[in-house]
Write a protein that binds this ligand. Structure first.
Ligand code: ASP
Ligand code: MG
Length: 403
């Protein structure tokens, strides 16, 4: 007998037929002799719809009330799923984050989990019940309801799996697993059998929307093995876990593309200490996340400093650049929101020199100009013209033998 945590995303519980389908799957798992805890998201687009509804009433809704509103979506899912399971003759109980004892800090809309109590979960499991937990929500020490950031049900599932020391945490979604590239862009993309936490973290933050990056971090920290699989079929999914040296046989395990990128360059700034500090402090104060940074080689004591931000932060970043321009002595700045980031990820890169060169070679052969480069131990990213993104992803996928 195993203890299994299953998480079902919004599309998996969108409408009565799908809820029934999930209920059958949960009951099968239980009847195979396992203890089962289920974490669910709000149905379909409900979270988006609730956000839109709030903004109709108030363009700047109070954060506390926003979390109060958004947690209702998950609450609807847990109650309906519990009813569907009862109808199949199994005992089930739904619990909100507060009822479980998912303690968070008080950062509304992006709260961090501080502690998960296992008391109530254990008590219900010991009574032979299937326990259904509302994802994405928690409670503060002052009894305020919080949410964990978009996609936060993944993190709930991992946290619950960690505290219960579950044998596996299954993430049921609308795709079959983690692919070598987005199959909608690269049709020859293949499903990966296994991927390391670090690779998954890179891919998740590069916009592969299979798992919330925070959930992967949490899983790595607590050694929770994740299994990403489809709720619509019985295909084997992808395991996300610590991968041994032996298993790192692929130098590159995935190619990712991200269009949510804009580039800004401040021109001819004096080459003296304190310039980068002033610029990036000003951006941080506006809560703008900077991704890549490149400072050009000094020419006559002047540099160009270029950086990238999320496209939705471009407007704010332009305002900051405009304001800081005289302060840091820049002659001007340029920006471009028609750029994209293409990346290769692979744990085997650490021990294989020349991977970056091979990537640049591939892009050059396609006539694609590289505007910026950044690297980590297991990732190389290039900023290119947005119109070349699909071509770049396809040729890199082929070039690194992923098909
Ligand atoms: N319903 C929330 C969202 O859409 C949480 C989740 O789906 O994981 O972000
Ligand atoms: Mg989701």
């Amino acid at each position: 007998m195993a203890l299994i945590v299953q998480k079902y995303g919004g599309t998996s519980v969108d409408g009565p037929e799908r809820v029934k389908h999930v209920a059958r799957r949960v009951v099968e798992t239980k009847q195979a002799g396992n203890d089962v805890v289920v974490v669910v998201s709000a149905p379909g687009d409900m979270t988006d719809d609730l956000i839109a509804m709030a903004h109709e009433l108030n363009p700047n809704p109070p954060a506390r009330e926003m979390d109060m509103l958004l947690t209702t979506g998950e609450q609807m899912s847990i109650a309906l799923l519990a009813m569907a399971i009862h109808q199949l003759g199994e005992k089930a109980i739904s619990l909100t984050g507060a009822q479980v004892g998912i303690l968070t800090n008080s950062a509304f809309s992006k709260a961090r989990i501080l502690e998960v109590s296992c008391e109530r979960l254990r008590k219900e499991l010991d009574q032979g019940k299937i326990v259904i937990v509302a994802g994405f929500q928690g409670i503060t020490n002052d009894n305020e309801i919080t949410t964990l950031g978009r996609g936060g049900s993944d993190t709930t599932a991992v946290a619950v799996a960690a505290v219960l020391k579950a044998d596996v945490c299954q993430i049921y979604t609308d795709v079959d697993g983690v692919y070598t590239a987005d199959p909608r862009v690269v049709s020859s993309a293949k499903k990966l059998e296994v991927i390391s936490y670090d690779e998954m973290l890179e891919l998740a933050s590069l916009g592969a929307q299979v798992l919330q990056p925070r959930a992967v971090e949490f899983a790595k920290l607590n050694d929770v093995v994740l299994e990403v699989r489809s709720s619509f079929n019985n295909n084997e999914g992808t395991l996300v876990k610590e991968v041994t040296e032996m298993e790192k046989k692929m130098v590159v395990s995935g190619v990712a593309g991200d269009k949510n990128v804009a580039r800004i360059a401040l021109l001819d700034v004096p080459d003296v200490p304190g310039i980068a500090s002033a610029l990036f402090k000003a951006l941080a104060e506006e809560n703008i996340n900077v991704d890549m940074i490149v400072q050009s080689a000094m020419q006559h004591c002047f540099n160009d400093i270029a950086f990238t931000v999320d496209r939705n932060d471009l407007k704010k970043a332009i305002e900051v650049s405009e304001k800081i321009k005289p302060e840091i002595g820049a002659s001007g700045f340029t920006y471009n929101d028609k750029v994209a980031k293409v990346s290769i990820v692979g744990a085997g890169m650490i021990t294989n020199p020349g991977v970056a060169a091979s990537m640049f070679d591939c892009l050059a052969n396609e006539g694609i100009n590289i505007q910026m480069i950044s690297t980590s131990e297991i990732k190389v990213s290039c900023i290119i013209d947005e119109k070349h993104l699909t071509k770049a992803m396809k040729s890199l996928h082929r070039h690194f033998g992923l098909e």
